[in-house]
Design a protein around this ligand. Sequence first.
Ligand code: ATP
Length: 239
Amino acid sequence: MPLLELVDTTIAYGRIEAVHGISITVDEGELVTLIGANGAGKTTTMRAISGIRPVSKGAILFDGVDITRMKAHLRVLEGIVQAPEGRGIFPGMTVMENLEMGAYARKFASKAEHRETVDRVFDLFPRLAERRTQTGGTMSGGEQQMLAIGRALMARPRLLLLDEPSMGLAPMVIQQIFRIIAEINAQGTTVLLVEQNAQQALSRSDRAYVLETGEIVRTGGGRELLADASIKEAYLGVA
Ligand code: ATP
C-alpha cells in the first residue's frame, strides 16, 4: 500500500479546473518529484495534499485512510508536513524560535524526543546551529530555505512536502539543499518534491511525474526521465 495516493484527483479554483483527475502514488521511503512548467498545477497539487485547497473530484489517501476532507492541521498531526511556501519563515523570530514554531502542533512523547528532533535538524543544518539566536529575516536566502525545511522537520513528518526549495538560490546553494533533501530521505523520511530545477531533482529522485496543464503526461524513474530526449528538450533546456 502506498503512503500517499491521489486517485483521479481534480482540483479547481472556482469554476476553473487547474488539475484534471491526476493519479499519483508515493511509497514509504521514496523521494518522488513533480516537474512541470509554470502554471502546470504543481503548487495546486501540493496544496490539495496538505489540505489548504479542496479537492473537487477523486480522493487522497494517506496510509490507506481517505483524507480527502480532512482539515489541514489534522493532516500535520498525521505526518503530512509542508515546508512553508516561499520560505515563509517568521522573519522577526530567531532560528530557535522558528524551529519551535514547527514543533508547536506536535506533542512530543518526552523532552528527550524533542531534544533528539532539534539535534537531528542541527546535524542536517550545522549553519542553523551556529545561528540559533539570529533572527530569521537577517539570514541569506539559502539559510532561510534551510530554516524552512528544518522547521517542517520539527513536526517529525512521515511525508515531507517541498515546493520549489531551490527557488531563487545560487547554484552552489541549490546543490547543497538537494544534498540535504536526499540525506533527509535516506534517513527514512518520505519526500514529495515540486521542482523547476529538473536536473537536480530528477538526479536525486526515485521516481517522477511530469505535469502539463493539469495532467500527468509522463512518469518514470528519476534517472530514466533525466536521460529521455523529450524531457531534456522540454525541461532541461537541452535540444
Ligand atoms: P508555478 O511553478 O508557476 O507555481 P505551478 O505548476 O505550481 O506553477 P499552479 O500555481 O498550481 O502551477 O497553477 C495551476 C493553474 O491554476 C494555473 O493555470 C494558475 O493560473 C491557476 N491558479 C493558481 N492559483 C490560482 C488562484 N488562486 N485562483 C485562480 N487560479 C489559480
